[in-house]
Design a protein around this ligand. Sequence first.
Ligand code: HPA
Length: 248
Amino acid sequence: MLAIIGGSGLSQLSNMEVRRRKAMRTPYGEPSGALSLGAIAGREVLFLARHGYGHTIPPHRVNYRANLWSLAAEGVTAVVSVASVGGIRADLLPGVIAVPAQIIDYTHGRRSTFFDGDDQRVNHVDFTEPYDRALRQGCIEAARAAGEAVVEGGVYAATQGPRLETAAEIDRLERDGAHMVGMTGMPEAALARELGLPYAAIAVVANTAAGRGASVQGVHMEDINRVLQEAMGRVRRILEKLAQSHGG
Ligand code: HPA
């Protein structure tokens, strides 16, 4: 079964037939909300709103461990994250959808591993390719099947938030090799890997990153919300095709 974690602009899936909601408790606390179990295009899927269904949990306070643990406990076989980003690379303009291939992690102070107990052995997961290759390809093919353009690849920089970046920080991220910037990609991807869950992201460019292009004078939330509202319609169509190809 495919799990979808929805970010800003996607706290519910209008094309999902929700059959039941399930509140979960995990050894790591409670996830962002009850899991929604149901179907998209007749295929079983599970949906979780990363920021809570009322969008009340900021990126640095999301219980990423409880979220991923609860998905694994439900037996999901893949996790697709939908996340909004700021575009750093010139072609990543508002409204563009990308399937990133790499991550640089700038977050701090988040509970970022399942392997930090005294009673557990030291465990270093391989993270050379942070996203699952086959699932990324599945997202790209689903977009093709849905007739929606996506940018293939790119480097996602995960920042701490909740504030947006300074113009100089964006310049630095670019020098580091980042193409887009968001606040929730980590530790989510690493935790999925620790649990052995294939994970990929569909990144929706909500705005040009701080100090660039239309954001030279600042980043405005009204603009972001307008862009996301339109783009999530396209994301839903992609998810429909992905669910169909995922079976279940
Ligand atoms: N920076 C960080 N996270 C974001 C942005 C941004 O510009 N836009 C949407 N999420």
